[in-house]
Design a protein around this ligand. Structure first.
Ligand SMILES: Cc1cc2nc3c(=O)[nH]c(=O)nc-3n(C[C@H](O)[C@H](O)[C@H](O)COP(=O)(O)OP(=O)(O)OC[C@H]3O[C@@H](n4cnc5c(N)ncnc54)[C@H](O)[C@@H]3O)c2cc1C
Length: 439
């Protein structure tokens, strides 16, 4: 059995950021990754996808974009090679092609069993991703077998779909991009719209994410919002990164011929049941956006930026004029729809985590990434400590906070591997969990 001070599980941006912070503190560790660095960006994304965050916003601890196009959006090969370069920049100790099969408590630390042998360490950091598995509604199980069902992680390009129309369920970032691309390829697309967060790509001459960054909205801490659980469950941004920097929203999709319907509530055979609620979701998204834009305007006034940015722009609601009621059922056969794509979000699953850290929904219990099991940490979850926690740009601050916590734990009770080769004692209490509240 190999020994180290900390085992990081997952070699995406979160695992690498953690590795950078541990390296900076001289803490011996290994990053166990079942594939290669940035595996999910390689394998679980469609061909045309680009990041929705601009290049300047791909800031990681000790690393940032220095190329010629800071306002551009990376393709998947570009983000993959960016993360590979990041790993190389500090010789991250990544052991690839190694799947973690079990994490169990052993003495003061953890035994980690992999398909490439076993490890023991006093600390484990779970960085296996917020977007781990697709969250597909129960309706999917009741659809007829001859309807092809996909999730965005399986979709590659329109040419690989069977002939016929497509129903895309979910109108956040993934759903609107797929609806647009498939419609542009000449197929008929129906988009089932639920809760979403409408955002223009630009406002007053600046990228919308420039504004959110400048105003500190991404830095908002868990203890600064009204209800952390509500904030964690917000839909993802309805935003896309394209070479032409264009805005893609429901108005543009509707104008291009995509049929907008309400939320899917169930299915049976070739019938999909819908709620006639698309107007209320669009109106809610309009109101939220109008309020954000006036917040930006107030920020411009307060900070004396008016001369440096563009004029105030008129706000146009998409949900106007009121539409005719939308259908409450969709007959897939009659509409020629042969494919359903569930762009309905993500869930997480930790069948290999055999320590009492999960709540009754199967999520890891934590305070700012510090779990109730001493020495066990989690990183990369939505709003772990701040609104930006699950973004490339946000994981670094959280990684640094967890590395500091872990370092203090080591100093307090656990001798380092490289000094002794053996574990001595540990304060296996829940004190760290309380200490782990957002800073
Ligand atoms: C379609 C899409 C677009 C996105 N666009 C952006 C964007 O533009 N900008 C942005 O900032 N964020 C974006 N995100 C959000 C976020 O940046 C990504 O989800 C990112 O991949 C999260 O990085 P991570 O390191 O937390 O997790 P992941 O990238 O999911 O990495 C987890 C790693 O753990 C490995 N792993 C899992 N289980 C095991 C195991 N048992 N043993 C060993 N290894 C394991 C996986 O192979 C994977 O490499 C996007 C997300 C999605 C889904």
């Amino acid at each position: 059995m190999k020994r180290t001070d900390t085992i990081v599980i997952g070699g995406g941006q979160a695992g690498l950021a953690m590795s950078h912070c541990l390296t900076a503190r001289g803490i011996d560790h290994v990053v166990l990754e079942r594939g290669r660095v940035a595996e999910r960006w390689r394998r679980e994304r469609w061909d045309s996808l680009r990041l929705l965050t601009p290049n300047w916003q791909s800031r990681l601890p000790g690393f940032r974009y220095t190329g010629p196009d800071p306002d551009g959006f990376m393709t998947m090969p570009e983000i993959t090679s960016y993360l590979e370069r990041y790993a190389r920049s500090f010789a991250a100790p990544v052991q690839g092609e190694t799947t973690v099969l079990a994490v169990e408590r052993r003495g003061a630390g953890f035994d980690v069993t992999t398909d490439q042998g076993s490890w023991h360490a006093p600390n484990v950091v779970v960085a296996t991703g917020y977007c781990d598995l697709p969250l597909v509604p129960d309706a999917a199980r009741h659809l007829a077998g001859d309807v092809l069902q996909l999730v965005p992680g399986d979709y590659r390009c329109p040419a690989r779909l069977p002939d016929g129309g497509v129903l895309v369920v979910g109108a956040s970032s993934s759903g609107i991009q797929l609806a647009d691309e498939i419609q542009q390829s000449g197929r008929s697309v129906t988009l089932a719209v639920g809760r979403h967060m409408r955002l223009p790509r630009h406002y007053r001459g600046r990228d919308i994410l420039w504004w959110l960054d400048a105003m500190g909205l991404f830095d908002e801490r868990v203890d600064e919002v009204y209800d952390a659980e509500i904030s964690r469950n917000q839909p993802s941004l309805q935003l896309v990164g394209r070479p032409d920097h264009a805005t893609l929203d429901l108005g543009r999709l509707r104008g291009g011929g995509v049929r907008l319907v309400g939320r899917v509530t169930g299915a049976s055979g070739h019938t999909v049941h819908l709620r006639d609620d698309v107007v209320s979701y669009m109106a809610a998204a309009d109101i939220k956006l109008a309020s954000l834009l006036s917040r930006i305007d107030r920020y411009v006034e307060r900070s004396g930026l008016a001369a440096a940015v563009g004029e105030r722009e008129p706000f146009t609601p998409i949900c106007w004029p009121p539409h005719a009621p939308t259908p409450e059922r969709l007959d897939l056969k009659a509409q020629g729809i042969r494919t359903v794509i569930w762009a309905t979000g993500f869930r997480r699953s930790y069948p290999w985590l055999r320590v009492p850290a999960l709540d009754d929904r199967g999520e890891i219990r934590h305070g700012g990434g510090v779990t109730p099991v001493a020495g066990l940490y989690v990183l990369g979850l939505q709003f772990l400590r701040r609104r930006k926690s699950a973004f490339i740009d946000g994981v670094g601050d959280d990684a640094e906070a967890l590395a500091a916590h872990l370092d203090a734990r080591m100093a307090a009770g656990v001798r380092r591997t490289r000094l002794t080769g053996v574990r001595t004692r540990s304060r296996a209490t829940t004190a760290g969990y309380r200490e782990g509240r957002p800073l």
